[in-house]
Ligand binder design. Sequence first.
Ligand code: SF4
Length: 1003
Amino acid sequence: MTTTRERISGLLGAMLGLDTPRRAPKAAPGQFSAVPEYDVTDRAPVDMKNVTHPDGRMSSYPPTDQWEDWVEYDGKHWPKKVARRYTLVPTICFNCESGCGLLAYVDKQTFEVRKFEGNPAHPGSRGRNCAKGPATHNQTYDPERILHPLKRVGARGEGKWKRVSWEEALTDIAGKMRESRARRRDGIMYHVGRPGEDHYANRIISAWGVDGHNSHTNICSAGARCGYFMWSAGDRPSPDHAKAEVILLISSHLETGHYFNPHAQRIIEAKMNGAKIVTFDPRLSNTAAKSDVWLPTWPGSESVVLLAIANHLIQNDLYDKAFMERWVNWRTFLAEAGPTIEASDLSKEDKAAALAALPQAGEAGTFDQFDQALKALYKGYTFARAAADSQVPEDRIREAADYVAAAGNKVAAHTWRSASIGNRGGWQVARCLFFINVLTGSVGTEGGTSLNSWNKFVPQPYKKPPAFDAWNTLHLPHEWPFAFYEMSFLLPHFLHEGRGEVDVYFTRVYNPMWINPDGFMWLEALKDEEKMKFHVALTPTWNESAWFADYILPMGHAGERHDLMSQETHSGMWVGFRQPVRRVAMERAGIPITHTHEANPGEVWEENEFWVALTDRMDPDGSLGVRQYVESPHRPGELITQDEYWAWIFEHSVPGLPEAAAAEGLSALAYMRKYGCFEVKSSNYLPYEAEVVRPEGAVETQDLRLLDAEGARVGTLIDGVARRGFGTPSGRLEFFSTTLRDWGWPELEHVLPWSLRSHVHPEEIAAAGGEMLLLPNFRLPTLIHTRSANCKWLYEISHSNPVWMHPEDAEKAGVQTGDLLRVETEIGWFVDKVWVTEGIKPGILAMSHHLGRWRLQDDAGVNPGMSALAQLGTDENGGRSLHIIEGGKAWKTADPDTSRIWWQDVGVHQNLTHGVQPDPISGAHCWLQRVMSVRKAGPNEQHGDVHVDIAKSVEVYRKWHALTRSAVEHSPDGTRRPYWLKRPLKPIRDAYLLPDKPFYRGD
Ligand code: SF4
């Protein structure tokens, strides 16, 4: 008998068109439909009001003991109560590098994924996600996703493809790799965009024995990495936000910053506990809006403001002298900084005072002398100077400094992209920010800032390939010995100059032509079959660069592959396990699966099985010595399976995991399949203070290091006790960098935390002549580089990137919100709509990246609702253009939502008009662009149109190249790069030797 409530529900459901769904047939493994179907059940769901966490909180998450058989009502059928039965499979989000946990709700009957929600057992994300996590569902059921291997059959870029078998693709690609590997060790290049995993691909590249790793780091985080590394040998900060008293952010961290959701939730936690948030950003981001102090600094002035705060601490004796005395290399400074100070631009008075503080020759020097030197050195960084440089009121900077001074050693600080990647010298922004941590003693403390390597856990696999004997100069040329890391965005210029060619080029979840600056140079490179001989695009979705590939191989999304991930989301250590969720669900149901593609949609392979199969075909008889790394540790000569690979790691390489699993009667692999993560350490403070055991034959050095018999540092001596210390040459935090000094950058502004003049310093911008500055290095929070174009929910939220313009500037240009604006950079121009807002500083234009997608054919390429139909052109003077024929539009597929697209503006591809601007030290692309002119668009200039002069691209490249100081002239030991600097994959030491004929030096 139906109740009144059920009758009303039924009536409402009928009015809304929500009939009770039919019982769906069981899906065959591998079957794919953009419109998945789900089963119904008569079982009643758990009453969530009665579910509590072990710590007593009420929970909105399913309890872990019921994950394998979970029933709940389907929200889509509300107000009808349609119950569904799921098996919940944990996995890891792939839509940024935070590695948040997801729980896939896999229908127990059809094995379709109903939704992705947060995994409450995950120590980093703690059940929470940003909008991009649940949108994994859109990516999975994207009606336009690539489901089979495709091979080019016309000219490159002509858009003619044929579907081929995996066997054909693997044999062809492996053959070309084998041929290249037989001739050289630098002909295969794996260019990764979103890594999303911690070791598997790198291990495979190492197994090939080539210098093949290339990344997007130079357009992302090179500046910040360089700044942190020169201090500490750690290339990222790991702030303990939740316990901080002051949080210093040089980014829009709460909305889009690195480790976005895990950090954002902890920042808010700290704020609720009374912490103060100080944000540097010329744009009123959501983070700035949530801050106690917003400092809308002129780009490039951040280090001056940070040093004014530092100076306040130094002059007023508010800094942690005990910490600095213990851990900073001040003795080296006192002994060796004399010539640096002598040659500096310090005022006569400050220079004399700094020199007077140094000990006489032969004297050891005291910390008091260092204190005096610090006071003399930084005296010039006054609040007044910082206010003038940053165009921020002095009182506001003072307020920030007072908060920092009052926070003790609980200052959590972070910068990643933002100013560090925006400006020439941006690496010094990171170095100056960490200087605040060092001065306050907030290094590795509770509420302070740790290093990534202390909180990130990367387990070791069963067989490690040796270091390779090769150096690919297309990755790390001699001009940038400090680059973090490969100079990847300059690859087209290097090819254009004739530095080399690439035999086999893999792009992996990467769209280099679209995401890098100077995209038309990339277009030339990708079309050039003599220099870029063979291009394989590993991608789950269409992208602009894949259009110019020779093969497109479909790869899995977050719920379709195995990976390990760990990130330094807080003080603690965890490891997360990404899983192919349909495969796991089927295996739970007793369906045997040998390879993940048997359970994935279409013929989508998981990458790991692809690497195994490819490596096997590259070296079928093992004669190259490569195949051994993809063979089973248990079945000699047989290829390894995913179960074997992960089981070995979980049993041998994750401390505490086998025991935790055994306590539940599970194997380590079964435990990880069940929970998707494991907490290795719940907190990890002051690891550098840990005492180390003195090895046999250990030697103490005069500069207070403990070396083993081979001469490697094993500890740092503090008051006679050997402690772990830091991975720098001195074993301490390097306030004074002897490495920079010895490698050609001896000036004070390089060897000490100092401010460097940005390429967009106000004196570099002829404002009176109409010049402005373009800030392109922020993104709207729902964007995933080029993969948001396959997420209908995300694109509905944000699909356009208008130019932010202050009302004063808009008035000068005579434009209002919605008008078309023509923005001219050093190499070209684009046309976009304007958004007049006080949320941006006068003199600056801001524009979100990750938008402005295009396709060259109406019926192929990026989804029509998320991209514009465009035409590429070349004019009589060699100029290149992108002309928009038609904006985004609705289109018909099996998914009814695609016919409901209501927007046309899908943004403008601004990166095409950015010249390459490599920082001479960090190698980072300095994203901020000088705008030569801004005016209302003319009648023939349409929204989205872009024009670029390639000759100017080359000119800009050469101008920045001229700033470098090559290892050829400056290396102190005949090598290409200081050995202690990190590389994603390090070759053998001999490979570091400079070649006989370096490029531009007679090669
Ligand atoms: S913060 Fe990153 S990893 Fe976490 S849910 Fe969002 S996109 Fe996914």
